[in-house]
Write a protein that binds this ligand. Structure first.
Ligand SMILES: *Cc1c(COP(=O)(O)O)cnc(C)c1O
Length: 412
């Protein structure tokens, strides 16, 4: 019997149920993944007991000799992974990384230009309910409604008009490659800093499957729990020494207190994994699988935003294809043990609570060993579910099919 089971049966039972859900569902949320047992062990370790405000060899607490070595390992591995000079591994999340990065570059009240939320940008890129839209004067660029692509001439036009102090590129729901060099040219032309938020595509960047913002963006931020397959957290990177010092100060004591050293240890473990050739193979498969998924949906007659994908995700317009909202499809697929999220599509006329689209990603199920063939089957199951959405009998047989498909792959 586990300690947890003995001490707190309520929490234990709920974790067990969530474990079962993670094993029996097809996880297609593009921002999720399954970490290794080694990562889990590090983040569940006794390192959580330690206070270590400050940075390695400059701490405000005693007893940090081993913690320092762990954080240094995380930093060195991360530098190697992205070929970058300065890193900070203490951000508790992608959002805190963004807060510290933005505050290091510009002043309260300055202008920021980021991708709009409905075009695929992130809350922290200037959305009005986020600090980024409240502490700064925020402006947005979107994508071309017909092509679904970023129109760099349009970004340039807006940038020259707005004259932002900071341009933010990077997205949460953009299936195509982002041209960091073009963003840098635009930023230079209007005298703005450039921040690249690679939260979603970090794994592709680290394995050269996507062009790198290093050398173009002044600051690069990311999460560690999406394609990088590490613990839930954030990172900040730069090649500029002065800026690096500023970022360290802005994150601590500016935005955070004591770092989560158990998470930093787990970050170190995941960066080691990410440096292995097997991780590159994994990322190659993630992209291949996303292309197979897009291709199968196109064959089934769906409108795939931008006509396909360059990365780990696809966006489907279910409203124009099948007359159902993203929310209806999200709820429907829940019944057949497939987890997706509703997502706005370019020019969406549905409210954000409903949306016309869904976003599907391949990182999590590729970790479980799903092949292109499996993903094509998943597309067909989703299509059948949508076509038979009022037929409980068909839906329950699809659910059995999903559970059987998952049994074919190693459980977690
Ligand atoms: C997920 C994401 C984040 C935020 O990460 P959290 O850890 O959820 O705070 C930031 N930027 C982008 C582009 C993201 O996709």
């Amino acid at each position: 019997m586990s300690y947890l089971e003995k001490e707190d049966k309520e929490v234990f039972d709920l974790i067990e149920l969530e474990h079962k859900r993670q094993n029996e569902h097809i996880e297609l949320i593009a921002s999720e993944n399954f970490v290794s047992k080694a990562v889990l062990e590090a983040q569940g370790s006794i390192l959580t007991n330690k206070y270590a405000e400050g940075y390695p060899s400059k701490r405000y607490y005693g007893g940090c000799e081993f913690i320092d070595k762990i954080e240094d390992l995380a930093r060195e591995r991360l530098k190697k992974l992205f070929n970058v000079k300065y890193v900070n591994v203490q951000a508790h999340s992608g959002s805190s990384a963004n807060m510290a990065a933005i505050r290091s570059l510009i002043n309260h009240g300055d202008k920021i230009l980021g991708m709009s939320l409905d075009a695929g940008g992130h809350l922290t890129h200037g959305y009005k309910l986020s600090f980024s839209g409240q502490d700064y004067e925020s402006f947005t660029y979107g994508v071309n409604i017909e092509t679904g692509l970023i129109d760099y001439d349009e970004v340039r036009r807006i940038a020259l008009e707005v004259k932002p102090n900071l341009i933010i590129c990077g997205a949460s729901a953009y299936p195509r490659e982002i041209d960091f060099k073009k963003f840098k040219e635009i930023a230079d032309e209007c005298g703005a800093y450039l921040m690249a938020d690679i939260a979603h595509i970090a794994g592709l960047v680290a394995t050269n499957l996507h062009n790198s913002p290093i050398g173009y963006a002044d600051v690069i931020t990311s999460t560690t729990h999406k394609t990088l397959r590490g613990p839930r957290g954030g990172i900040i990177m730069t090649n500029d020494e002065e800026l690096a010092k500023k970022i360290d100060k802005t994150l601590f004591p500016g935005c955070q207190g004591g770092p989560l050293e158990h998470i930093i240890a787990a970050k170190a473990v995941s960066f080691k994994e990410d440096l292995e050739p097997s991780y590159k193979e994994y990322m190659v498969n993630v992209v291949k699988n996303a292309k197979a998924l897009a291709d199968e949906f196109i064959k089934l007659g769906y409108k795939v935003i931008s006509g396909g994908t360059d990365n780990h995700m696809i966006l489907l317009d279910v409203k124009s294809t099948k007359g159902v909202t993203g929310k209806e499809v999200e709820d429907l697929l829940q019944k057949v043990n497939i987890t997706v999220n509703k997502n706005s599509i370019p020019g969406d006329k549905e409210k954000p609570m409903f949306t016309s689209g869904i976003r599907l990603g391949t990182p999590a199920m590729t970790t479980k060993g799903y092949s292109e063939e499996d993903f094509r089957l998943v597309a067909n199951i989703i299509n059948k579910a949508i076509n038979n959405r009022n037929d409980e009998k068909v839906l329950s047989s699809l659910k059995e099919e999903v559970i059987a498909l998952n049994k074919k792959h190693p459980t977690f």
